[in-house]
Design a protein around this ligand. Structure first.
Ligand code: ZN
Ligand code: ZN
Length: 144
């Protein structure tokens, strides 16, 4: 896997031990943005056929806690994971099929983190979900 060195550096940079499941999970999340746990397990098994569910769950948990992976969970969806972290980007979700795509902050760099009134809280994430209909579902719905 050509990116493995990159992932090892990420893990070490976050103070984490380099393990094969962690490297494989990082790779799977990088290749399948917004994948749910089952999809991540499927992708990881492509690299590590013997990996246990538990090892993948544990890796996802550790990587999320370390900030290397971001966990999102739109209402009505299972948890999903992505490797695009630290930019507070948002998501657009299809109400019909659940498709998810990234949406950058509307103006400049993470302006949504500047709350109009933070009530004294230290804000580190603003979760914005745009709900709508994806092009595929919209096309399927249009009467022919
Ligand atoms: Zn859709
Ligand atoms: Zn995303």
């Amino acid at each position: 896997m050509p990116l493995a060195d990159d992932f090892e550096q990420l893990l070490r940079g976050a103070g984490l031990r380099v393990t094969r499941p962690r490297v494989a999970v990082l790779g799977a999340v990088r290749q399948h943005p917004h994948a749910d746990t089952e999809s991540v397990i499927g992708a990881v098994r492509g690299d590590l056929p013997d990996v246990s569910h538990q090892a993948v769950y544990d890796s996802l948990h550790t990587l999320t806690a370390a900030g290397l992976v971001r966990r999102i969970q739109p209402s009505g969806s299972v948890a999903r994971y992505e490797s695009r972290v630290d930019d507070n980007h948002h998501h657009v979700v299809c109400r019909s099929c659940g498709a998810i795509a990234d949406v950058d902050c509307a103006v400049g760099h993470t302006p949504c983190l500047t709350a109009s009134d933070d009530h004294g809280f230290v804000v580190d994430e603003a979760e914005v979900v745009y709900w709508g209909t994806c092009p595929g579902c919209a096309a399927a719905r249009t009467p022919q």
